[in-house]
Design a protein around this ligand. Structure first.
Ligand code: KMH
Ligand code: ZN
Length: 274
């Protein structure tokens, strides 16, 4: 087997409702079970969006802390909190996500049309979030939705330097209506444009682009993010049963590419976390 494969699970997201998808983990108990199942299946990191008692997306500080604690109690997964939240979350609240002390946080490198909505990430917010993450020892995962955001990452590094430990990890989020398409040529172009400071990258394809992006990523030596935040069907018209099912499929794809799932400890080292 060659290089280890980081599999990040994004189990919930902010866009799908519990009513539409009862198997979506939307309580701390469900998330804790999901984390344990996904770690057993081969995931090393979890990307978390929190829901409230009515299953709606929230950035409530107490709930953020409760969900982080639930995952830490049930698994040793590296905990990444979303600072993207939902398209309706104010920027000030998104900065406060770091107060919940995750290991890692998502950091999107620019504003993106998001279906009929706008996922707002103005440059001053990007800079502030980056500096805050560095000052707290939280490893940012740079979410890149289009090629302009890849270029902006180089600009961020030139202005503020690379993350502590010299590790810079990227996730290409592809196939969002408004962002770059979930295709192999788009991934090739995005990887070619990465600034040299980037030390590792993963890719995820939204919806029907999931499999093609995963296979393109593996063919280029990249890592994978999978989960019900990004896709709700396992094949055309067949609903995903659980996040662990998607992780297991990623492990199987990785095996074909002769990649071994990374452990959480290896993921910590990849991210420069002590
Ligand atoms: N929910 C999207 C608007 C992130 O987690 O940082 C933003 C998102 C990205 O999911
Ligand atoms: Zn997210």
């Amino acid at each position: 087997m060659s290089a280890p494969l980081l599999i990040t699970v994004a189990p919930t997201g902010a866009e799908t409702t519990k009513a539409d998808c009862p198997q979506l983990p939307t309580t701390p108990e469900e998330l804790a079970q999901t984390a344990a199942d996904c770690e057993a299946a081969g995931a090393a990191m979890i990307h978390i969006h929190v829901r409230d008692a009515s299953h709606a997306p929230t950035l409530d500080q107490a709930l953020l802390r409760e969900w982080v604690a639930a995952v830490r109690a049930s698994s040793s997964l590296v905990v990444q909190l979303s600072t993207g939240g939902s398209v309706h979350d104010p920027i000030e609240e998104r900065l406060k996500v770091l107060d919940a002390e995750p290991d890692s946080c998502s950091l999107t490198m620019g504003t993106t049309n998001f279906g009929d909505d706008v996922f707002l990430n103005p440059w001053p917010f990007v800079k502030e979030l980056y500096q805050l993450a560095l000052s707290r020892g939280i490893a940012p995962e740079f979410e890149l939705f289009d090629l302009g955001q890849v270029h902006a990452l180089g600009r961020l590094f030139r202005e503020f330097g690379v993350p502590a430990g010299g590790k810079a990890h990227v996730d290409f989020v592809m196939g969002v209506p408004g962002g770059m398409p979930g295709t192999a040529p788009a991934l090739v172009a995005a990887v070619a444009a990465l600034p040299p400071e980037v030390t590792s990258w993963a890719a995820t394809g939204i919806g029907r682009s999931t499999l093609s992006v995963a296979m393109a990523s593996l063919s280029m030596g990249g890592h994978l993010r999978v989960g019900m935040e990004d896709v709700l069907t396992i094949s055309r018209g067949v609903p995903v049963e659980s996040n662990a099912q998607l992780v297991s499929r990623a492990v199987a794809l990785g095996e074909l590419a002769q990649r071994t799932p990374m452990t959480p400890a290896e993921c910590r080292s990849l991210l420069g976390l002590s």
